[in-house]
Design a protein around this ligand. Structure first.
Ligand code: UT7
Length: 326
């Protein structure tokens, strides 16, 4: 029997139209008696803009156009899809999953659909799960999605977090293929660090119990992120039997340009090989990697056959990398 691999055949993304600059954020915070500035945000993070969904726009509403664009790029129709995995920490509801709501909005019914929760590592986790299902015959044409409405869980009285995040969605069509495709993955979690980046509230007894707003110890996350991203990158290259010099593109989680540049430097990757969209999107958690991937595919940087490393890191604490030939 011939070996089955999985391969990305199309990418898509979507941003809600409301675009806020750092100056817009500064004006919003000033009304609350808080101070921030474009200079502080750019210098510390590289972020210049973020998009916020309007009231009533849910995670699945952002995911839907991203999926349609990915399907079109792959030359597939929604009816061809036999698996939907949505990575999100800001689902439409407690249940059912955003993936099933998305499936219905796509107008298809019957195929397995589920959400995956690994916060900012969510897309890398979801791609690894979908790859495993395709390689073991459980699916042939998967939609793998990262979609978030992080604006819903931001504390606008906390200037250390609310300026960092944004909303958006990215999607890929992942199909069974005789050629790889995805070469190797490396996923990790360490729950000892759950408290440094979390939204600790829950729903119980008919009400929200605990805080439903994001909180983060930025410095603790920063320190952990820099170390684990290098480890995951080296591990995944070793698993695939590839040298770091063979890598053409690094598409890491878009949280902070300083973390991303540090990872690229450690891999001795030329700065122009780093795909960075954090300036335009802010941190969109699980959506950030597929959003950045789609931008670089559509502007012609990432081409068929290019070696691409995707990396995620975030709450949990979770992290991971996927190496693929595009
Ligand atoms: O998505 C999951 C992965 N997440 C990440 O990777 C985030 C990792 N962490 C980071 O990116 C950075 O730690 C931050 C961008 C969150 C913060 O940057 P930092 O260089 O670690 O700043 P800091 O927290 O040490 O704060 C420096 C100063 C503080 O003032 P003092 O105590 O030195 O007087 C803060 O109060 O900057 C102050 N500050 C601000 N000033 C203006 C914090 N937030 C703001 C703000 N505007 N928005």
């Amino acid at each position: 029997m011939s070996t089955v691999y999985s391969r990305i055949t199309g990418t898509g993304s979507h941003l809600p139209p409301r675009r806020l600059s750092n100056d817009d954020m500064a004006a919003m915070l000033a009304k609350r008696g808080l101070e921030t500035s474009d200079a502080w945000i750019v210098e510390r993070t590289g972020i210049r803009f973020r998009h916020f969904a309007d009231e009533g726009v849910a995670c699945s509403d952002l995911a839907l156009p991203a999926c349609r664009a990915a399907l079109q790029a792959a030359g597939r129709r929604a009816e061809d899809v036999d698996l939907i995995v949505v990575a999100t920490s800001t689902p439409d509801m407690v249940f059912p999953s955003t993936a099933t709501i998305l499936q219905n909005k796509l107008g298809v019914h019957g195929c397995p659909a589920f959400d995956l929760q690994a916060v900012c590592s969510g897309f890398v986790y979801a791609l690894t799960v979908a790859d495993a299902m395709i390689r073991t015959g459980g699916a042939r044409c998967a939609l793998v999605v990262g979609a978030e409405v992080f604006s819903r869980i931001l504390d606008f009285d906390d200037r250390t977090t609310c300026v960092l995040f944004g909303d958006g969605a990215g999607a890929v069509v992942l199909e069974a293929s005789a050629e790889p495709g995805i070469l190797a993955s490396d996923l990790h979690a360490d729950g000892r660090h759950a408290g440094i980046l979390c939204t600790p509230g829950t729903v119980a007894g008919g009400q929200v119990v605990g805080s439903p707003l994001l909180r983060m110890d930025g410095q603790a996350v920063f320190k952990l992120a820099v170390g684990v991203l290098e480890d995951a990158a080296r591990t995944v290259l070793a698993k695939a039997g590839r040298a770091p010099e063979s890598l053409r593109w690094l598409v890491p989680h878009q949280a902070n340009i300083r973390i991303m540049q540090a990872t690229a430097r450690k891999l001795k990757l030329a700065p122009e090989r780093l795909v960075a969209t954090v300036d335009e999107h802010g941190n969109t958690s699980a959506a950030s990697v597929p959003l950045a991937l789609d931008v670089a595919v559509r502007d012609g940087r990432i081409r068929r056959g290019d070696s691409v490393m995707l990396e995620g890191v975030g709450g949990g604490f979770t992290w991971g990398a996927v190496l693929l030939d595009f």
